[in-house]
Design a protein around this ligand. Structure first.
Ligand code: HEC
Length: 251
């Protein structure tokens, strides 16, 4: 219905003469020139419009708009690529369509659309680390003692998880002490199962989808419940963070 109204307005508008600001219903999305030049929006916007019937006008960063994409720290991070994290700000908070675009962009489909945009076979944009996977709600009041055992059993294959085994540190996999020292350690643990390399071998009951049939876990899988993750979180929250000197940004 909405699509019909929009397209008939457009037909009417173009019949009446040059359309300057398209129609009143169009969402106006302000975008800095560098992002416009990337071509990402030419790819993403029509796909959103096709799904929802909501049309979007991409306008310059200084123009009045309902929504703005910016590489400043305001707004909600929605994707990252080349050298910047891009956030979406809703300027017209009364617009249901603006909210809809924001929801869509951070939904599974929106995220897949962002990585679907490719230049010469590589995807310059990806969902930002922090929102790549919605962290599941896990609190810190799990059983820390159980968490220690679970960390050892489930994660200790790769990570140094306790003082007693610090000597076993073998380079590339960050220890739990190093991870604990990160500002956002908790959200990393809450979503670790969606962060590489874990998705290939991790199953959280009732949370993760089964492994794809053509890509079974290459190693004995880590299988656990949310309660167990909660226990691990409680354990990790009590760990003393590694002293890393300067703040570290883990990639
Ligand atoms: C088979 C090896 C393996 C197992 C088992 C494993 N991890 Fe990891 N984990 C890694 C590696 C390798 C990295 C570093 C990835 C990187 O640097 O990109 C990592 C990184 C992490 C990170 C940081 C992720 C990020 O991107 O910030 C967290 C949190 C984490 N692991 C938690 C866990 C927990 C909790 C368990 C046990 C339930 C576990 N891991 C089991 C190999 C493993």
């Amino acid at each position: 219905m909405r699509r019909f109204i929009v397209s008939s307005c457009l037909a009417l508008a173009s019949a009446l003469g040059p359309v300057t600001a398209a129609t009143a219903q169009d969402l106006r999305l302000a975008v800095p020139p560098a992002l416009i030049d990337s071509g990402l929006l030419d790819y993403v916007v029509p796909r959103f419009s096709l799904k929802t019937g909501v049309r979007i006008d991409v306008v310059g960063a200084q123009d009045s708009a309902d929504l703005a994409l910016t590489n400043q720290t305001a707004g909600t991070p929605v994707f990252q690529g080349p050298n910047a994290i891009w956030s979406l700000m809703i300027l017209n908070t009364g617009s249901a369509d603006a909210a809809r675009f924001a929801d869509w962009l951070s939904s599974e489909i929106g995220r897949r659309t962002i990585t679907g945009f490719q230049i010469d076979g590589s995807a310059p944009f990806s969902p930002p680390q922090a929102v790549r996977a919605k962290a599941v709600a896990v609190s810190f009041d799990g059983d820390a003692a159980l968490g220690k055992t679970l960390s050892d059993d489930l994660c200790g294959r790769c990570h140094v998880v306790m003082n007693e085994k610090r000597m076993n540190d073998i380079g590339s996999t960050p220890s739990f002490f190093v991870l604990r020292a990160m500002r956002d350690w908790d959200s990393r643990f809450q979503s670790f199962f969606a962060l590489n390399p874990h998705p290939a071998f991790t199953q959280i009951q009732d949370v993760t989808p089964p492994f794809p049939i053509d890509r079974p876990s290459p190693i004995a899988p880590v299988e656990m419940t949310l309660d167990e993750l909660e226990a691990i979180l409680a354990y990790v929250s009590d760990l003393e963070p590694a002293d890393l000197g300067a703040p570290i940004e883990h990639q």
